[in-house]
Ligand binder design. Structure first.
Ligand SMILES: [Zn+2]
Ligand SMILES: [Zn+2]
Ligand SMILES: [Zn+2]
Ligand SMILES: [Zn+2]
Ligand SMILES: [Zn+2]
Ligand SMILES: [Zn+2]
Length: 381
């Protein structure tokens, strides 16, 4: 029985009796014609990852949309101040990933997919997988539209479904069906169909995710369709396939180009800075205090932020307890308690007899250094 949970819409629009769906609103559903397969796909996701409106799963999806598919990886207009040459480089990059890597997963029952493959071999090359290639960009697909899938997945899905219905009685079709059914073990697992990610078998009656770029011989449990780098669920099944690995948009981009630690954009010029374990646009690795460019300059990390040497000397440098001047970031120093000295004989010396105390025993009293109790008495009494 369909559950209406008191929604008035459920009384006006009759819910099909054969599909037991709860009346929840999905912010996204896989683009498949069969609603039962679509809802089973959602059920197979971890509860906190289901894109149900008003839940943590919907928030996760929106957050992952921005994280995995940054607009500035897709559209030069979303980037800061690209030079004409950088714009051309970026357009080339976008064209390349749309041609070679980008796709949208397809949700199918493994037996059904095996049949369709056996029937349709040779008929459907070069068909689906181009839903994102029309310039709309992956990130712009974030709108609502529960169950109303458009684009690549839906197109190829209905095409294959139609083919099956026509050829259902054919000898080839039944042979494939028998083979597929025979593959099921008593435990409900399909031994011939294993997940490319976790290597465990698919369960009888459960749909798998397919990726055209990877080939229809590979399949994933819905919860296993993740990025190899961040291991997050590929948002809306939008994937980038490269060298036998599945990536989200961000990590595919990172595998191709350096990414700036300042603006988060991919770097399309040849010159850039490497610092603090990250890459930076030359103009984006700059002093946190005065904004001057730090490429090739001495800088100091203060509270995990880079500052130029002049700003460091003015705002952060320790003062030598002896000569009272700021200690340069690269200068040798001696610190003791809260005090600091130039590691030089003229600064790190006994206040009584002026002998250098480097490498010797000393006492420190009120910023004064002493070699011995005698010198201390001499000065402090
Ligand atoms: Zn798996
Ligand atoms: Zn990723
Ligand atoms: Zn930058
Ligand atoms: Zn500065
Ligand atoms: Zn000094
Ligand atoms: Zn002394």
């Amino acid at each position: 029985m369909p559950m209406s949970s008191g929604s008035s819409a459920a009384e006006v629009q009759p819910v099909p009796r054969d599909v037991p769906m709860k009346s929840v609103t999905l912010e996204w559903a896989p683009p498949v014609a069969n609603r039962h397969v679509a809802s089973r796909y959602i059920e197979l996701l971890p509860p906190e990852r289901r894109p149900i409106a008003g839940t943590a799963g919907a928030a996760y999806r929106r957050q992952q949309m921005a994280r995995q598919l940054p607009e500035h990886d897709q559209d030069p207009d979303k980037c800061h101040e690209l030079s004409p040459a950088e714009v051309r480089q970026m357009q080339q990059f976008v064209r390349k990933y749309k041609d070679e890597a980008l796709g949208v997963g397809d949700v199918r029952l493994p037996q059904e997919m095996a049949q369709a493959q056996a029937l349709g071999r040779g008929e459907q090359n070069g068909g689906p997988g181009s839903g994102l290639g029309n310039g709309s960009g992956a990130g712009s697909r974030a709108g609502p539209g529960a169950g109303t899938g458009t684009g690549a997945g839906a197109g190829s899905g209905s095409g294959l479904g139609g083919g099956l219905a026509e050829h259902g009685g054919g000898s080839l079709g039944t042979a494939a069906a028998a083979g597929a059914m025979g593959a099921g073990s008593p435990g409900g697992a399909l031994q011939n169909f294993t997940c490319h990610q976790c290597k465990l078998p698919m369960r009888v009656g459960d749909p798998a995710v397919y990726a055209e770029r990877a080939g229809y011989d590979k399949m994933w449990h819905p919860a296993c369709f993740v990025c190899v780098t961040c291991e997050e669920l590929l948002v809306d099944m939008i994937y980038f396939w490269k060298k036998e690995r599945m990536y989200c948009g961000r990590h595919y981009g990172d595998s191709e180009k350096p990414r700036c630690g300042g603006c988060d954009e991919l770097i399309f010029c040849n010159e850039y800075t490497q610092a603090e374990g990250q890459d930076w646009h030359l103009k984006h690795f700059c002093c946190f205090d005065c904004d001057c460019v730090l490429a090739g300059e001495t800088y100091v990390m203060e509270a995990e932020r880079p500052v130029c040497k002049p700003c460091y000397m003015n705002n952060y440098a320790m003062k030598c307890a002896s000569c009272q001047s700021a200690i340069e970031p690269e200068a040798q120093r001696v610190s003791y308690g809260a005090s600091c000295w130039h590691a030089q004989p003229q600064c790190f010396q006994c206040s009584g007899c002026s002998q250098c105390l480097m490498g010797k025993r000393f006492m420190a009293v009120n910023n004064h250094l002493f070699c011995s109790v005698d010198c201390k008495k001499k000065v402090l009494t």
